[in-house]
Write a protein of this length. Structure first.
Length: 216
């Protein structure tokens, strides 16, 4: 017996459930990241992200309503992996100078996931003739894009523009004049919303580099 063909509407619904699970998972994770962060500014950034995520969950519930389905979560292995890595950073780097850099990187990984999912859902909503749902998803996509704006041409060069800088790529440099355990943190412009709160990190790089060297 031939299998019933699965349509785009079913794929849209499955992905919507994935994202709904992911956003609720992120809501549980952000307070832990805020508590773990060293700096007050980074803590504030995670609190702000949590507030925005609550709004995004409400938009998803509106999309479910437009689609004619009740809000329902489906376990998403992708976000489980991403949040697990974040949890490992909080454990492995607890009390360490590099903790905030690791937390910022974990937050960026979450943004990459969210943008890819919301971009896909928005396009499918348009294809399925649901302009109102597409508009809701576009609003969240824009919000995520503002937070994650990255200048590829300057990534990893230690240069920044826009409204601030955040710690980005972490590189280990081994030279005759430096210990192989010394870390150098590249600066990248990460996002319009979070960058304001993480601006202090750019000025903290000498402190991190200095204290990450082993004593002689």
């Amino acid at each position: 017996m031939a299998k019933k063909p699965k349509l785009l509407s079913e794929l849209f619904h499955d992905t919507l459930k994935d994202v709904y699970f992911a956003e609720n998972r992120i809501l549980k994770t952000l307070p832990k990241m805020a508590k773990a962060a060293h700096s007050k500014d980074l803590k504030a950034a995670f609190v702000k992200h949590e507030k925005e995520t609550r709004g995004q969950v409400k938009r998803l519930e509106q999309v479910f309503k437009i689609f004619g389905k009740k809000p329902q979560a489906k376990k998403c292995e992708a976000i489980m992996g991403i949040t697990k890595e974040g949890a490992e950073i909080m454990t492995d780097y607890k009390g360490m100078p590099a903790l905030d850099a690791g937390l910022a990187a974990a937050a960026q990984a979450v943004e990459h996931y969210e943008m890819s999912r919301y971009g896909t859902l928005r396009t499918w909503a348009e294809e399925l003739g649901m302009p109102d749902a597409a508009a809701l998803l576009e609003a969240t996509l824009k919000e995520e894009g503002d937070r994650r704006r990255i200048d590829q041409s300057r990534e990893g060069r230690g240069q920044c523009r826009s409204r601030g800088c955040a710690l980005g790529r972490q590189r280990e440099a081994a030279t005759p004049a430096a210990s192989p355990h010394r870390f150098h943190y590249g600066l990248v412009p990460i996002a319009a919303n979070i960058m304001d709160s993480l601006n202090f990190l750019a000025h903290s790089i000498p402190h991190y580099s200095q204290h990450s060297q082993p004593q002689r």
